[in-house]
Design a protein around this ligand. Structure first.
Ligand SMILES: Nc1ncnc2c1ncn2[C@@H]1O[C@H](COP(=O)(O)OP(=O)(O)O)[C@@H](O)[C@H]1O
Ligand SMILES: [Mg+2]
Length: 181
């Protein structure tokens, strides 16, 4: 089964051709890294994969089906390049809010939040507001939010930018653990 199958995807912004006929298949269970210099089109490609942007051309299948836009946040975990958290809420408050937005509630939501806080190493800071967090802590919580729906496909855009070497190793360890689990 393919987790992601993209065929002949093209996208232009005015005169900039950000993606030119991109095709790739990623099998379920694979770890796939998209490498390229700034401006290569990585973020544009991911925005198309997660339904935030429509391609000018091409065909896309996620988990072997063509998803409606509203289904995408339920099937995929998305860790955006730009941190998307509420500064005035605590770590726990952000996880509760985003969990509810994904339709997870009650005891199940709290079970997932406890596990995620442990995985991202923020259990002891769960009651702190995000505005007091370091860049690396925000990155880890940003990843935690994407895990709330227990996604079968996880997309991460520059997940370790601004993260110190030790936390970066921690993020890679966590990704390997999620991948094998
Ligand atoms: N919303 C947009 N409007 C105009 N140009 C854009 C937009 N998004 C991306 N681009 C352009 O598309 C190209 C690819 O950008 P991007 O996908 O962000 O690259 P990467 O993530 O690999 O650094 C760049 O030239 C960028 O300026
Ligand atoms: Mg980018």
């Amino acid at each position: 089964m393919n987790a992601i199958e993209a065929r002949n995807i093209s996208k232009s912004f005015a005169e900039v051709r950000a993606l030119d006929d991109v095709s790739l298949s990623i099998r379920q269970g694979d770890f796939f890294g998209l490498l390229g210099p700034n401006g290569a089109g990585k973020t544009t490609f991911m925005r198309i994969l997660c339904g935030l942007l429509s391609p000018d051309q091409g065909d896309l299948r996620i988990l072997d089906s063509r998803l409606e836009r509203w289904q995408i946040p339920f099937a995929m975990g998305i860790v955006p390049q730009d941190i998307a958290l509420y500064d005035m809420l605590t770590a726990q408050g952000n996880l509760e809010l985003f969990g509810k937005l994904r339709g997870v509630q009650g005891a199940e939501l709290h079970r997932r939040i406890d596990r995620i806080l442990d995985q991202i190493g923020l259990t002891d800071r769960r009651k702190s507001r995000v505005k007091t967090f370091s860049g690396g802590m925000k990155r880890r919580l940003n990843l935690g939010v994407a895990l709330l729906s227990e996604p079968r496909v996880l997309l991460l855009d520059e997940p370790t930018v601004g993260v110190d070497p030790r936390s970066r190793a921690g993020i890679f360890d966590l990704l390997e653990e999620l991948h094998s689990g």
